[in-house]
Design a binder for this molecule. Structure first.
Ligand SMILES: [Zn+2]
Length: 356
């Protein structure tokens, strides 16, 4: 009997070892055979009615499907681009396609030790607030996660140049406003707006910049980057009770309550814009235009509708454009089912306004 029990125990152990080996093989197989991320060729794009729109399928992060566990809708940018093309507002060849910005540039804008630390899966997972599998090598992390983010930063740089050159620049990605000089959090690892401003400065642009952040979360990263820079004014309207906590103090903050309606939000925004344009006299307005203000967003508490979001974006667009000030528009956060449609409608409304 004892021998029989020992035999059963050995068999059970062998069975478990076999199952574990099979599981490991499956994971390694998936890693080996999952298609590497799309690496498109750069393109300067073509401005449409004075707006340069940057986008690339290479913006998409790929963590073997684990990225779907994060509330951020990773396919949102692709659907917005498709809707703009389907509506006949631009063609696929009109999109400006960015290359990844070089790591050296990120190390000049951010703390270099922070940038180097992102090659570690655990550190990166903390910044992204998403599970990053431990079996991913630094090269896989670079190709599938850091590279797509560097390309979105590149898109914001192209759109910023497009804004100065043509009047309006739109990136169908970017808006990583939580990334601070030495820290990433809230799904933001590189601060694309800070990088774009640094690039414009290096190219001779020395005008005042007004950041208008209407994402439902405070733009603490932008506040941190420009706290001591008198040439960049960082303004954030956000839901006070949400991440990040505690808040950082910006040049101006308006902490709102849950349940804010379209009329309440847009009324306050109009007042802020009037005052800020007079006070800052910007030579560039940057709108960090998150769609997590929508009432079906799972992470926030406003009562705003897609129509209210379009009105918000047109308010900022008109405040800049009607006063002859270049506008850079980036999409930032947005996690609800109506997010992609609402942001596509807002970009379409801006392009249609330019066409009139
Ligand atoms: Zn947000």
């Amino acid at each position: 009997m004892t021998e029989w029990n020992a035999y059963k125990r050995t068999r059970r152990r062998r069975g478990l070892a076999l199952a574990a080996a099979l599981l490991l093989l499956c994971i390694l197989g998936a890693a080996a055979f999952t298609k590497a991320p799309h690496r498109p060729h750069e393109s300067a794009g073509r401005p449409v009615h004075g707006a340069l729109v940057a986008y690339s399928p290479g913006y998409r992060v790929s963590l073997f499907g684990l990225e779907r566990l994060h509330p951020f809708d990773i396919g949102k940018m692709d659907r917005i681009a498709d809707q703009l093309v389907d509506a006949g507002l631009l063609t696929k060849d009109d999109f400006a396609v960015a290359d990844e910005v070089p790591v050296e540039l990120l190390e000049q804008v951010h703390d270099p030790a922070y940038i180097r630390g992102l090659r570690d899966a655990e550190t990166l997972g903390r910044a992204l607030e998403a599970p990053v599998p431990g079996f991913m090598t630094p090269r896989m992390l670079d190709e599938r996660v850091l590279g797509p983010f560097r390309r979105q930063v590149g898109g914001t740089v192209l759109a910023a140049r497009g804004a100065l050159e043509h009047g309006v620049g739109i990136n169908l990605g970017g808006g990583f406003h939580h990334a601070r000089p030495d820290m990433g959090h809230g799904f933001c690892i590189f601060n694309d707006v800070a990088v774009a401003i640094a690039v414009l400065r290096s190219e001779g642009f020395d005008g005042s910049v007004l950041i208008v952040d209407t994402d439902a979360h405070q733009g603490d990263g932008d506040h941190a980057f420009f706290a001591d820079d008198p040439t960049v004014f960082s303004f954030s309207m956000h839901q006070e009770s949400l991440f990040p906590s505690p808040k950082l103090r910006g040049d101006r903050d308006d902490g709102l309550w849950g349940g804010v309606t379209d009329a309440e939000f847009n009324g306050r925004l109009a007042e802020h814009l009037d005052e800020l344009l007079a006070e800052v006299q910007p030579a560039l307005v940057i709108h960090v235009a998150g769609s997590d203000v929508l009432n079906d967003d799972p992470l926030t508490g406003y009562a705003m509708t897609p129509e209210g979001l379009v009105e918000r974006d047109l308010k900022v667009f008109r405040a800049a454009h009607d006063n002859g000030v270049p506008l850079l528009h980036v999409l930032a956060g947005g996690y609800g089912p109506s997010s992609a449609d609402a942001q596509a409608a807002s970009v379409a409304a801006m392009l249609e306004a330019l066409a009139d």
